[in-house]
Design a protein around this ligand. Sequence first.
Ligand code: SF4
Length: 327
Amino acid sequence: MTRKLEAWFARHQRPLPWRTAYDPYQVWVSEVMLQQTRMEVVLPYFQRFLSRFPTLSSLAAATEDEVTAAWSGLGYYRRARMLRDGAAAVRDRFAGTVPSTVEELLTIPGIGRYTAGAIASVAFNAHAPIVDGNVTRVTARLFGSDGDAWPRAQALVDACQSPRTLNQSLMELGALICTPRNPSCLLCPVRTHCVALLEGTVDTLPAPKPKQSPRELTIPLYLIRDRRGRVLMRRESGPLMNGMYHLPHGNAALFSEHTLDATPDELLGSFRHTVTTRKIEFQLFTAQVGRIRDSPGDYEWIDPDAMHEVPHPSYVRKALRLARLSR
Ligand code: SF4
């Protein structure tokens, strides 16, 4: 079965930039970007990030702001900070060379079991299993069993010729053929081995996880501009949004009493924004500012044309587009 998967991948793989030279640094960046983000979204960001930080040493030497600015729009910014910290650890502890074993990779900040297996197998062709959503689904159907996917992935990688090819074939098969709904079993290279197809359980494997319904929120945002047209932004600190620039936001009374000596003005419009467990309706108001009460040092006036130079979440771009300050 593993031979068929490897042969299928050799013929049908999508041409992706990190599949040209299998450079360990590029494989690492791609795997981190692909966590929680779809391939078609990742591709332009990957190219841009690599042109900004072409080598591991350039990333290790970058400031947190530079890295999060280059990551702007991809979300889950903790990944970017951990990637930079990881690159610095490789520079300091492994003389700048990405290690090739799962055990060594697991000692690097931000690298867990999945990423260690992906770098070891895809970049170094080591016999290490990987398990993501695609591998879980494909192996559950192939073996006709649900539950922990790691033993199934291990059994396949133990039997294969090229772990690099095998692991990528499982992920690619999951993305292109063995999709969550309506898999294309007639086109599947391993359909004669598939227990779920034989037993008629394709639609029930793997069993879906119970879904949390997203929380709905309404958040007022305030667009405050100075005479030069610059926009007032607040640089947030905190574990999740550390270093990101946000528009002033919050309940109108609290906003004017506690944050800024400011008066909300006209409602410019609203837009919806979804993050993992929350559906947010942002309402964008213009506002006038008098005095900044709340940690004035955290606020900066940013020219809308220079917004790309500071790290900011994607809702800020939506707000600026709504205010016709960016395209
Ligand atoms: S035969 Fe169908 S269910 Fe089985 S692995 Fe192939 S695509 Fe998936």
